[in-house]
Ligand binder design. Structure first.
Ligand SMILES: O=P(O)(O)OP(=O)(O)OP(=O)(O)OC[C@H]1O[C@@H](n2cnc3c(O)ncnc32)[C@H](O)[C@@H]1O
Length: 214
Protein backbone atom coordinates (compact mmCIF):
# COMPACT_ATOMS: atom_id res chain seq x y z
CA UNK A 1 0.00 0.00 0.00
CA UNK A 2 1.32 3.43 -1.00
CA UNK A 3 0.96 6.16 1.62
CA UNK A 4 0.51 9.91 1.07
CA UNK A 5 2.26 11.27 4.14
CA UNK A 6 1.14 14.67 5.41
CA UNK A 7 -0.33 16.47 8.40
CA UNK A 8 -2.38 18.76 6.17
CA UNK A 9 -6.03 17.80 5.66
CA UNK A 10 -6.44 20.34 2.88
CA UNK A 11 -3.80 18.52 0.84
CA UNK A 12 -5.49 15.18 1.45
CA UNK A 13 -8.84 16.54 0.23
CA UNK A 14 -7.23 17.64 -3.02
CA UNK A 15 -5.04 14.57 -3.45
CA UNK A 16 -7.93 12.15 -3.04
CA UNK A 17 -8.95 12.74 -6.65
CA UNK A 18 -5.61 11.31 -7.77
CA UNK A 19 -5.14 8.59 -5.21
CA UNK A 20 -6.84 5.36 -6.16
CA UNK A 21 -7.54 2.44 -3.86
CA UNK A 22 -3.84 1.62 -3.69
CA UNK A 23 -3.09 4.86 -1.84
CA UNK A 24 -4.00 5.93 1.67
CA UNK A 25 -3.40 9.18 3.51
CA UNK A 26 -1.05 8.73 6.46
CA UNK A 27 -0.58 11.39 9.14
CA UNK A 28 3.05 11.78 10.11
CA UNK A 29 5.02 14.96 10.79
CA UNK A 30 8.36 14.25 9.11
CA UNK A 31 11.24 16.65 9.76
CA UNK A 32 11.24 19.59 7.36
CA UNK A 33 14.89 20.41 6.77
CA UNK A 34 15.87 24.04 6.15
CA UNK A 35 16.71 24.29 2.48
CA UNK A 36 16.28 26.72 -0.38
CA UNK A 37 14.41 24.24 -2.54
CA UNK A 38 11.17 22.32 -2.18
CA UNK A 39 12.94 19.45 -3.94
CA UNK A 40 15.47 19.02 -1.15
CA UNK A 41 12.81 19.27 1.57
CA UNK A 42 10.48 16.80 -0.16
CA UNK A 43 13.25 14.32 -0.95
CA UNK A 44 14.50 14.25 2.60
CA UNK A 45 10.95 14.06 3.94
CA UNK A 46 10.19 11.09 1.69
CA UNK A 47 13.28 9.24 2.89
CA UNK A 48 12.35 9.79 6.53
CA UNK A 49 8.69 8.92 5.95
CA UNK A 50 9.70 5.74 4.12
CA UNK A 51 11.79 4.64 7.10
CA UNK A 52 8.93 5.48 9.48
CA UNK A 53 6.16 3.80 7.48
CA UNK A 54 8.39 0.96 6.31
CA UNK A 55 6.76 0.99 2.89
CA UNK A 56 6.35 3.13 -0.24
CA UNK A 57 5.43 6.79 0.38
CA UNK A 58 4.85 10.10 -1.31
CA UNK A 59 5.26 13.44 0.41
CA UNK A 60 4.13 16.80 -0.95
CA UNK A 61 6.05 20.00 -0.27
CA UNK A 62 4.59 23.23 -1.58
CA UNK A 63 5.16 26.96 -1.35
CA UNK A 64 4.11 30.40 -2.55
CA UNK A 65 6.71 32.36 -4.57
CA UNK A 66 6.38 36.14 -4.90
CA UNK A 67 8.19 37.20 -8.02
CA UNK A 68 8.96 40.75 -6.82
CA UNK A 69 10.34 39.38 -3.54
CA UNK A 70 12.82 37.07 -5.21
CA UNK A 71 10.69 34.00 -4.54
CA UNK A 72 9.89 34.75 -0.87
CA UNK A 73 8.48 32.90 1.09
CA UNK A 74 9.05 29.81 -1.12
CA UNK A 75 10.23 26.85 0.96
CA UNK A 76 9.60 28.92 4.11
CA UNK A 77 5.89 29.40 3.35
CA UNK A 78 4.67 27.45 6.38
CA UNK A 79 6.89 29.46 8.75
CA UNK A 80 5.75 32.73 7.21
CA UNK A 81 2.09 31.72 7.33
CA UNK A 82 2.48 30.88 11.03
CA UNK A 83 4.35 34.08 11.87
CA UNK A 84 3.20 36.92 9.58
CA UNK A 85 -0.03 35.29 8.43
CA UNK A 86 -1.43 35.34 4.92
CA UNK A 87 -3.24 38.68 5.26
CA UNK A 88 -0.03 40.55 6.07
CA UNK A 89 1.86 38.74 3.32
CA UNK A 90 -0.91 39.85 0.98
CA UNK A 91 -0.78 43.46 2.23
CA UNK A 92 3.01 43.57 1.85
CA UNK A 93 2.87 42.25 -1.70
CA UNK A 94 0.13 44.70 -2.68
CA UNK A 95 1.78 47.68 -0.98
CA UNK A 96 5.09 46.92 -2.70
CA UNK A 97 3.33 46.28 -5.99
CA UNK A 98 4.77 42.78 -6.10
CA UNK A 99 1.59 40.95 -7.00
CA UNK A 100 2.93 38.46 -9.51
CA UNK A 101 3.30 35.09 -7.83
CA UNK A 102 3.17 31.39 -8.32
CA UNK A 103 2.60 28.27 -6.30
CA UNK A 104 4.94 25.35 -6.66
CA UNK A 105 4.48 21.78 -5.46
CA UNK A 106 6.96 18.93 -5.43
CA UNK A 107 5.84 15.36 -4.89
CA UNK A 108 8.61 12.99 -3.76
CA UNK A 109 8.20 9.23 -4.06
CA UNK A 110 10.38 6.71 -2.23
CA UNK A 111 10.04 2.95 -2.01
CA UNK A 112 13.57 2.16 -0.94
CA UNK A 113 14.53 0.89 -4.40
CA UNK A 114 16.70 2.57 -7.04
CA UNK A 115 15.07 3.94 -10.23
CA UNK A 116 16.36 3.85 -13.76
CA UNK A 117 19.42 6.10 -14.02
CA UNK A 118 18.62 9.72 -14.87
CA UNK A 119 20.21 11.08 -18.02
CA UNK A 120 21.64 14.08 -16.20
CA UNK A 121 22.23 14.85 -12.55
CA UNK A 122 19.51 17.06 -11.13
CA UNK A 123 20.47 20.35 -9.55
CA UNK A 124 18.14 20.65 -6.61
CA UNK A 125 19.40 24.05 -5.49
CA UNK A 126 18.25 27.51 -6.44
CA UNK A 127 14.73 26.89 -7.64
CA UNK A 128 13.45 30.11 -6.17
CA UNK A 129 11.28 30.79 -9.15
CA UNK A 130 12.67 34.19 -10.05
CA UNK A 131 11.75 33.71 -13.66
CA UNK A 132 8.16 32.65 -14.14
CA UNK A 133 8.67 32.13 -17.87
CA UNK A 134 11.41 29.61 -17.22
CA UNK A 135 9.08 27.65 -15.04
CA UNK A 136 8.24 24.93 -17.52
CA UNK A 137 11.92 24.29 -18.04
CA UNK A 138 12.61 24.20 -14.32
CA UNK A 139 9.66 21.89 -13.82
CA UNK A 140 10.87 19.57 -16.57
CA UNK A 141 14.29 19.44 -14.97
CA UNK A 142 12.75 18.64 -11.63
CA UNK A 143 10.89 15.57 -12.84
CA UNK A 144 13.70 13.27 -12.14
CA UNK A 145 15.45 11.10 -9.68
CA UNK A 146 17.41 12.63 -6.87
CA UNK A 147 19.94 10.16 -5.71
CA UNK A 148 21.70 12.59 -3.34
CA UNK A 149 22.61 11.12 -0.03
CA UNK A 150 20.48 8.28 1.14
CA UNK A 151 17.67 6.40 -0.53
CA UNK A 152 16.76 7.26 -4.12
CA UNK A 153 13.73 9.50 -4.52
CA UNK A 154 11.67 10.29 -7.61
CA UNK A 155 10.36 13.87 -7.95
CA UNK A 156 7.34 15.35 -9.75
CA UNK A 157 6.82 19.12 -9.82
CA UNK A 158 3.94 21.39 -10.72
CA UNK A 159 3.56 25.16 -10.81
CA UNK A 160 0.78 27.66 -11.44
CA UNK A 161 1.05 31.41 -12.01
CA UNK A 162 -1.25 33.91 -10.35
CA UNK A 163 -1.46 37.25 -8.60
CA UNK A 164 -1.85 38.38 -5.02
CA UNK A 165 -5.18 40.00 -4.18
CA UNK A 166 -7.21 40.97 -1.12
CA UNK A 167 -8.48 37.78 0.54
CA UNK A 168 -11.59 36.29 -1.09
CA UNK A 169 -13.35 32.97 -0.63
CA UNK A 170 -13.54 30.46 2.19
CA UNK A 171 -12.56 27.20 0.53
CA UNK A 172 -9.11 25.65 0.21
CA UNK A 173 -6.42 26.30 2.81
CA UNK A 174 -3.24 28.23 3.51
CA UNK A 175 -2.61 31.08 1.07
CA UNK A 176 -5.57 30.20 -1.17
CA UNK A 177 -7.69 33.31 -0.31
CA UNK A 178 -4.98 35.73 -1.53
CA UNK A 179 -3.95 33.78 -4.65
CA UNK A 180 -5.92 34.60 -7.79
CA UNK A 181 -5.67 32.61 -11.00
CA UNK A 182 -7.69 33.67 -14.05
CA UNK A 183 -9.86 36.03 -12.02
CA UNK A 184 -10.76 33.54 -9.27
CA UNK A 185 -8.93 32.95 -6.00
CA UNK A 186 -8.07 29.36 -5.11
CA UNK A 187 -10.32 29.76 -2.05
CA UNK A 188 -13.26 30.54 -4.36
CA UNK A 189 -12.78 27.30 -6.32
CA UNK A 190 -13.82 23.86 -5.13
CA UNK A 191 -11.14 21.16 -4.95
CA UNK A 192 -12.04 19.91 -8.39
CA UNK A 193 -11.60 23.27 -10.08
CA UNK A 194 -8.45 24.03 -8.12
CA UNK A 195 -6.99 20.60 -9.02
CA UNK A 196 -7.57 21.24 -12.70
CA UNK A 197 -5.16 24.18 -12.69
CA UNK A 198 -3.13 23.97 -9.49
CA UNK A 199 0.52 23.20 -8.74
CA UNK A 200 -0.58 20.15 -6.70
CA UNK A 201 -2.96 18.93 -9.40
CA UNK A 202 -0.18 19.10 -11.99
CA UNK A 203 2.39 17.36 -9.81
CA UNK A 204 -0.04 14.65 -8.69
CA UNK A 205 -1.25 14.13 -12.26
CA UNK A 206 2.31 13.46 -13.41
CA UNK A 207 2.94 11.19 -10.46
CA UNK A 208 -0.27 9.22 -11.02
CA UNK A 209 0.57 8.70 -14.69
CA UNK A 210 4.09 7.47 -13.90
CA UNK A 211 2.87 5.26 -11.04
CA UNK A 212 0.18 3.62 -13.17
CA UNK A 213 2.74 2.72 -15.83
CA UNK A 214 5.23 1.11 -13.51
O1 LIG B 1 4.27 19.18 5.41
P1 LIG B 1 2.84 18.69 5.52
O2 LIG B 1 2.55 17.89 6.73
O3 LIG B 1 2.38 18.00 4.26
O4 LIG B 1 1.88 20.00 5.64
P2 LIG B 1 2.27 21.55 5.59
O5 LIG B 1 1.00 22.32 5.76
O6 LIG B 1 3.43 21.85 6.49
O7 LIG B 1 2.69 21.67 4.09
P3 LIG B 1 3.84 22.46 3.33
O8 LIG B 1 5.08 22.53 4.13
O9 LIG B 1 3.92 21.87 1.96
O10 LIG B 1 3.14 23.87 3.17
C1 LIG B 1 3.87 25.05 3.10
C2 LIG B 1 2.96 26.21 3.27
O11 LIG B 1 2.30 26.46 2.03
C3 LIG B 1 0.91 26.45 2.23
N1 LIG B 1 0.33 25.72 1.10
C4 LIG B 1 0.73 24.53 0.60
N2 LIG B 1 -0.05 24.17 -0.43
C5 LIG B 1 -0.96 25.16 -0.58
C6 LIG B 1 -2.05 25.36 -1.43
O12 LIG B 1 -2.39 24.47 -2.35
N3 LIG B 1 -2.78 26.47 -1.29
C7 LIG B 1 -2.47 27.38 -0.36
N4 LIG B 1 -1.47 27.27 0.50
C8 LIG B 1 -0.72 26.16 0.40
C9 LIG B 1 0.64 25.74 3.54
O13 LIG B 1 -0.51 26.24 4.17
C10 LIG B 1 1.89 26.08 4.32
O14 LIG B 1 1.78 27.35 4.93
Amino acid sequence: MLRYVTTNEGKVREAEAYLGDEVAAFEYDYTEIQADSLEAVAAQGAREAYEHVDGPVIVDDAGLYLEGFDGFPGPYSAYVENTLGIERVGRLARRENARRAKFRCVIAYCDGEPFEASPEPVDVEDRRGRDLDADDRATAATDDTVVGSGLPVKLFAGAVPGRIVEPRGDGGFGYDPIFEHDGTTFAEMGSEKKNAVSHRGRALGKFAEWFAER
